[in-house]
Write a new protein. Sequence first.
Length: 186
Amino acid sequence: MLGLLFSFASCSDSEALIDNVLDTVNTETGGIVRTVVSFPDLVSLTNPANNTINSTIEVQQGNGTFVPDFKEVRAYVRLYLDQDLNEAVTTDDGVEIPEQLLDTYEASTFEVSSNGLPRRDISIATQGIVDLYPNSTLAPPRFIALRLELEMNDGTIYTNTDVGPNVSGGLYFNAPYLYRVIFLPI
């Protein structure tokens, strides 16, 4: 009888910290752009074997909806002189060149994959990146910061500053939104 009394007591609401967090966190919103096929580590300008940045991404909504309510995914690029992305490439006059919009992938261009989530292949020609920097001499090596941005239909935007380490670097989500690629503009 005493055992039964304790088993009923253990079924009451928990006051553990994790339960308090889960009770107050909104798990019905948000979205991620998961990397299905990784971006390359190294690309060049003229070598046909690696003069494109190819990847496959998929979009998942925070509440697990199989057809996420998103408008588009945008790809931005910025070139750096260092792999830590601290020193941006400048014009020949010494002016830092800001991040540039490279491409926009509308939700209608995604196909539903076998796991039920919208998926899309991405292919970015390195010449297109060079074309964004007409006033800069690009000597090798350079480092590409490729940043993805997800815009939901309600106007909410998610990017690399909106995710923690479990989402950005975790094996399950693999959604860093920011990718570093070594670029040899030769």
